[in-house]
Design a binder for this molecule. Structure first.
Ligand code: ADP
Ligand code: FBP
Ligand code: MG
Length: 342
């Protein structure tokens, strides 16, 4: 029997609640574990702001988007925090082990705390699917579904008006959402951060389908950098961790494409819509399996590990392995998609 703390941190994504539910139900059934949830990620750890998580409080939440615990991008090691502060607060609350559900930022902080002797198990989450050591993260499938549905809609209005439509999707420095949603919607070009296409070839990919009587469709990832650009487009400054807040590359490209090709062009940024709403069935399943596996890791006292998916299996990896490098779109996956551009 263990007293387990759970937190969700970083950008939210569909499936977080399914992990929380699976952890709590599995822990209670398996070993009479007790649970508390930290409110708003690491912020709740620093402030000792918690809620009790029992059987009733997780009832029916698998299908809910967002996170019942709230989230934030608080740095537990930043101002007002620190390793000893975290250790003291967990001890005061009687927490034996912390399950941290987050992306590369959250898990980087978890790794530092774990190296300092604080028992932590990581669960990977992000719509961006950019975490190493796991084939997929929950939230990604739902984000791709939402983006695909939205882009299908952009296509019908684009076709009616004989316009070029640009759909901008999330993903930070990885092009996974763009690659998958772009392929699913038969985009005429998919622009991703991993590939520095130039404006001349982008315009060619727009003009070719237009000549065939089609409305050109471009799917662009928010972190895309064309050959002509010195850095990714961002106009909303930096976040608390000095990373650019992306968004707006589609709007930036639209007038350039319109001017060069003479084809009327409109851009739509899908933004946070991609992260909201109910998780897909497959994300619920993945999240539930990861939650069950996290409790397994707790009882094996496998501190500093992260549960992950490899093919169809749930495995455990070291947090260090997960943080080794960003998982970006490999050349072969891009080349495969690019055969159908234009
Ligand atoms: N390298 C790091 N070391 C320690 N803490 C980090 C690191 N990167 C990010 N964090 C903290 O974790 C928070 C969540 O990370 P973020 O990247 O925003 O979300 P995610 O966990 O979804 O990747 C950040 O706001 C920051 O405070
Ligand atoms: O919600 P915010 O703070 O505006 O951040 C937007 C960023 O969060 C994401 O949606 C998800 O990123 P994380 O998984 O790292 O939180 C990115 O695709 C996007 O660039
Ligand atoms: Mg992140």
């Amino acid at each position: 029997m263990a007293h387990i703390g759970i937190l969700t941190s970083g950008g939210d994504c569909p499936g977080l609640n399914a992990v929380i539910r699976a952890c709590v139900l599995c822990g209670i059934r398996r070993s009479d574990d007790t649970f508390i949830g930290f409110v708003d990620g690491w912020r709740g750890v620093l402030d000792r702001n918690t809620i009790d998580l029992d059987w009733m409080s997780v009832r029916g939440i698998s299908k809910l988007g967002g996170t019942i615990l709230g989230t934030s991008r608080t740095n537990p090691l930043g101002e007002g925090g620190g390793i000893e502060h975290v250790r003291t607060n967990l001890k005061a609350l009687g927490v034996d082990v912390l399950i941290a559900i987050g992306g590369e930022g959250t898990l980087a902080a978890a790794k530092i705390l774990s190296d300092a002797g604080i028992p932590i198990i990581g669960v990977p989450k992000t719509v961006d699917n950019d975490l190493s050591a796991t084939d997929y993260t929950f939230g990604f499938d739902t984000a791709v579904e939402i983006a695909t549905e939205a882009i299908d809609r952009l296509k019908t209005t684009g076709e009616s008006h004989h316009r070029c439509m640009i759909a901008e999707v999330m993903g930070r420095n990885a092009g996974w959402i763009a690659l998958h949603a772009g392929m699913a919607t038969s985009a005429h070009a998919i622009l991703i951060p991993e590939q520095r296409s130039n404006l001349a070839e982008i315009c060619e990919w727009v003009q070719k389908p237009f000549r065939r009587g089609r409305a050109p469709l471009i799917v662009v990832a928010e972190g895309f950098i064309s050959e002509e650009m010195a850095q990714p487009h961002y106009a909303r400054g930096l976040d608390a961790f000095n990373r650019p807040r992306f968004g707006g590359i589609g709007e930036r490209l639209a007038p350039i494409i319109e001017e060069r090709t003479g084809i009327e062009t409109r851009a739509t940024t899908l933004g946070h819509i991609q992260r909201g709403g109910v998780p897909s069935a497959s994300d619920r399943v993945l999240a539930t399996r990861l939650g069950i596996a996290a409790v397994g890791a707790v009882h094996d006292r496998d501190w500093g590990s992260m549960v992950a998916v490899r093919a169809t299996d749930i495995v455990r990896v070291n947090l260090a392995e997960a943080l080794d490098s960003l998982k970006t779109v490999p050349q072969q996956r891009y080349d495969e998609a690019a055969i159908l551009f234009g």
